[in-house]
Design a protein around this ligand. Structure first.
Ligand code: BDR
Ligand code: CA
Length: 311
């Protein structure tokens, strides 16, 4: 099997960190060309340091991390320290990042990779879509170098930051609009899916029982993370959002979805950042995304624990 060329754009963030670990633990499936960071859960300086901390923890110094956009296109930055802690990785005591930070901007890296790749590259986005939107605006022909964009963001039902909007889309709805309207092969994994993947005490214990630095860091972060969501949504345990994207790329058979027409609300105040998905596309509004609806949660956690055990 030839590993799939992959770039991960993220804002670590606890669940971003778990997603990165899952990808870093899967070198047979992924040729991870780089990780790009964006402001989101915490400011850019922290998301960038955290991505480098996670690559170091996974002993993958070969994966470069590029810092991207420090704020959304039009709006001021909304962060989520209430979910991820002040550092973005609360619950894990990780040292200062040892890996160097290249001078190249994440947007320049994306454009370079997508325009020079010998084979189309998959892009996993786990945060606000600012970097990809800016890359598309600067250089529309990057579309030719993109195999598929798999987005954690949005929702078919309600939101998590507002009743209408999910965090990643809400933070930069204008960037999301640019991405959704770019005609790229797109897959959306929203809250409807990620709320099916909850970290029960048994699943957390399985990660802790790996007994490795990675298992301990993952369990430490997840023990802290997402408790607010449990109370707010009446879930059995905290949902795990971003690793769903990496799991989908590893095991699409664990997920089901349908083609839909996807649009982003950027005008209204009550519904700003809402993903409006039509499962019955029309000629005027044809399907422009595969929207994932279900996941096999047991299969997901078996995969996650098995892979993190390899690090
Ligand atoms: C998304 O928001 C962030 O807080 C998480 O990292 C995830 O990407 C879930 O709404
Ligand atoms: Ca994220």
């Amino acid at each position: 099997m030839i590993p799939r060329p992959l770039i991960i754009d993220c804002d670590p963030g606890v669940d971003d960190a778990i997603a990165l670990l899952l990808a870093l633990a899967s070198p047979a499936e992924f040729d991870l060309l780089g990780v790009t960071t964006v402001a989101g859960n915490v400011p850019l300086s922290l998301t960038t340091a955290n991505a480098r901390r996670i690559c170091h923890l996974a002993q993958r110094a070969d994966v470069p991390v590029y810092a991207g956009c420090p704020r959304p296109l039009l709006r001021s930055l909304t962060t989520a320290e209430d979910i991820h802690g002040a550092t973005g990785l609360q619950g894990a005591a990780l040292p200062e990042p040892a890996l160097p930070l290249p001078a190249q901007h994440a947007v320049a890296f994306l454009i370079e990779q997508f325009t020079t790749a010998s084979a189309p590259i998959t892009l996993a986005t786990l945060g606000p879509l600012t970097n990809l939107a800016v890359a598309l605006i600067q250089c529309p022909k990057i579309a030719q170098g993109i195999d598929r964009v798999v987005i954690m963001g949005g929702s078919l039902g309600g939101g998590n930051v507002t009743p209408a909007a999910e965090f990643n889309i809400y933070v930069d709805p204008h960037a999301a609009k640019v991405v959704v309207e770019a005609g790229l092969p797109l897959t959306m994994i929203g809250l409807d899916v990620t709320h099916q993947v909850v970290t029960t005490p048994e699943r957390l214990t399985a990660l802790e029982n790996l007994g490795t630095p990675v298992g301990k860091a993952a369990a430490g972060m997840l023990r802290y993370y997402g408790q607010l969501d449990v109370e707010r949504y009446g879930l059995a345990a905290p949902p795990l959002h971003d690793p769903c994207v990496v799991a989908y790329l590893l095991r699409p058979d664990l997920f089901t979805g349908r083609p839909m027409h996807l649009a982003i609300e950027t005008e209204g105040s009550l519904c700003l950042g809402r993903t409006v998905a039509n499962a019955y596309p029309t000629a005027a509004a044809p399907a422009n995304a595969t929207v994932i609806e279900t996941v096999d949660a047991e299969g997901f956690y078996t995969l996650l624990t098995e892979r993190l055990g390899k690090l």
